[in-house]
Design a protein around this ligand. Sequence first.
Ligand SMILES: [Ca+2]
Length: 187
Amino acid sequence: MLNVLFPDVQAPEKNRTDIVQAVLQGIPDLNAFPGEAGKTATDTIKINLGTPPSSSPNRLGVLADDTAGYPNGRRLTDDVVDIDLQVVAGALKGNMVPLGDGVDQNDVPFLTEFPYLAAPGPGANPDAGYGSKLKALAEVGSDNPVSVAGEDEDDGATSPAVWILLGVGALALIGVAYAVGRRAATA
Ligand SMILES: [Ca+2]
């Protein structure tokens, strides 16, 4: 589906054991069980507690050689959408494509105490969240284009709808790979 919608991505279409390994088996010598147990595909978050925290976390985690990050556990700053999109595109097979959802970090800071996540934006206030602005524009039938980066920016970049479509398609692919992996594990 990814290649049909975006031929330039050129994601590998066969032998995607790399996705099964990254998502269900774990990374060898990092967060996978050693030996035969590491071959079993399991739907769990895998974390190697022997890996010290990174002093300069990279949002792309293990994909950017930051072994303290996703999929070796999952930090709040890990950009799991971008990571998964890039893995589906074949990053572990050498097909490095800078896919992403256009959001690299929170728009508000994390809290300094539990639950650490900032409060969600108010969804019903047209003046508050981006989603609310989209809804408000749709309701009045406005033809004004809406930019992800900001209201006054329009640099001809890929539209939000394309990014959303790309994300949905890639996540669907992950789901298929997931189901295949589980079926293979139980066969
Ligand atoms: Ca992202």
